[in-house]
Design a protein around this ligand. Structure first.
Ligand code: IDC
Length: 316
C-alpha cells in the first residue's frame, strides 16, 4: 500500500516503515531513531497549486524530500477563509486535496503530515468541534495509510495556556486513535510552539506523541534550544514541524549561521523538521522566487535564496 521501492531504489518508507515514539524519540519499525527532513506547504487555502502528486514526486526525486507537511489554515488569514470559517464546499475541497496528497505520498513511499494549522484562532479550543470533525473524516477515509503523522494544532498563541492545549488534545487524540489506534500525533505548544518546556512539566499520558517546537533562525536562538533540551531531558519527543531560516515574520534577513546551529542541533539529536514554506510569495521564507510561475519542475533560477539553501542542505 505504501511504496517501499521506486525506480529500483528503497524509499524513505521502505527504510523506516511504520513510525512510533520510544523513550522520547521518533523511531522506525526497527526501533532506531528516525530523523525526517521535509517541506511544509504555505497555507493550502491560498497556495494549493504546489500540492500535487507531480510536484511531490519532483521534490522527492530531486531534493530528497522525506516528509511533506500539509498546512491547512483553520481560520481566515491573508483575506482567505479557512476550514472552520469557510463554506462546506470549501471544506470538502480541502479534504479532497489532502486525500490526494496522502495517496500520492503512499505511492512515492514518503511520509505526510496533516497539519491543523491554527494561527489567528489562537486557542485550539476555538474551533475544536471542526477539528474533531476534520480528524474523524480524514482518519476514517485515509487512516489505513501508515505513513501519516497528525499534527493537531500548529501554534497555540497569545495567552493560550498549556492547560488549555492539553484539554483540547485530550478530546482530539481519542478521535484520531479510535480510527487509527497506533497513529503518531504531534501536539502544538503555547507561545507559537516555543513553550515545549511547559508541556514537559505536565505531559499528556498517551503513547506515540511528539510535541512541537518551531524556530525561525533570525529570531529564535540558543534560548529556544535550551527550552527544547529541557523538554527532551524530561522525556518528551519533539518535532520541528515548521522552521524558517529568516525571522519569525516569515520575512526579513536570512541567518545562515544560526540556521547551521539549528541544523547541527537537530542532526545530533535526530529531530525531524519541515521547512516553511513552499510558495512564490514575496517573502524570504518562500522557497520559490516571486517571478517563478511554475508549479513543479523548478530549476535553480526558479528558487529564492531560501529554496537554494534548502536544496544545498538536502544534498549534504
Ligand atoms: C506566515 C506566512 C505569511 C502569512 C502569515 C499569515 O509566511 O505569508 O501572511 O503567515 O498567514 C508561523 C506560522 C506560519 C507563518 C510563519 C511566518 O505557523 O503560518 O506564516 N510563522 O510568520 N509561526 C512562526 C512563523
Amino acid at each position: 500500500m505504501i511504496a517501499t521501492t521506486r525506480n529500483g531504489k528503497t524509499t524513505v518508507y521502505g527504510r523506516n516503515g511504520k513510525l512510533s515514539v520510544k523513550n522520547g524519540q521518533l523511531v522506525n519499525e526497527k526501533g532506531e531513531p528516525c530523523m525526517l527532513r521535509g517541506i511544509s506547504t504555505h497555507n493550502l487555502n491560498t497556495f494549493p497549486e504546489y500540492a500535487t502528486k507531480e510536484n511531490m514526486q519532483f521534490m522527492t526525486d530531486n531534493w530528497g524530500m522525506e516528509i511533506f507537511r500539509l498546512a491547512m489554515y483553520t481560520a481566515e488569514a491573508d483575506d482567505c477563509k479557512g476550514y472552520s470559517d469557510g463554506s462546506e464546499a470549501h471544506r470538502e475541497e480541502l479534504e479532497a486535496l489532502i486525500g490526494s496528497c496522502i495517496e500520492a505520498a503512499a505511492e512515492l513511499g514518503i511520509y505526510v503530515m496533516v497539519d491543523w494549522h491554527i494561527l489567528f484562532d489562537a486557542d485550539p479550543n476555538t474551533n475544536k468541534e471542526w477539528a474533531i470533525r476534520f480528524f474523524h473524516r480524514i482518519t476514517k477515509k485515509y487512516g489505513a495509510y501508515g505513513n501519516i503523522i497528525y499534527e493537531i494544532c500548529n501554534e497555540p498563541n497569545l495567552d493560550t495556556t498549556w492547560a488549555q492545549v492539553k484539554s483540547y488534545a485530550e478530546e482530539v487524540i481519542p478521535v484520531i486513535r479510535t480510527n487509527v489506534p497506533d497513529s503518531v500525533i504531534v501536539v502544538g505548544t503555547p507561545k507559537w510552539s516555543q513553550d515545549v518546556d511547559l508541556a514537559a512539566q505536565d505531559p499528556l499520558t498517551y503513547p506515540n506523541l511528539l510535541y512541537t517546537v518551531h524556530f525561525y533562525a533570525a529570531t529564535h536562538t540558543q534560548w529556544l534550544r535550551d527550552k527544547t533540551d529541557a523538554a527532551r531531558e524530561a522525556g518528551l519527543a519533539v518535532f520541528v514541524t515548521e522552521y524558517g531560516i529568516c525571522d519569525a515574520s516569515g520575512n526579513g534577513v536570512i541567518d545562515e549561521e544560526e540556521t547551521r546551529r539549528w541544523t547541527d542541533y537537530m542532526k545530533e539529536n535526530r529531530i525531524s523538521h519541515c521547512l516553511w514554506n513552499l510558495s512564490n510569495k514575496a517573502e524570504s521564507s518562500a522557497m520559490l522566487a516571486p517571478e517563478c510561475k511554475k508549479t513543479t519542475g523548478f530549476a535553480d533560477e526558479d528558487l529564492s535564496p531560501c529554496g537554494k539553501w534548502f536544496v544545498a542542505y538536502m544534498s549534504e
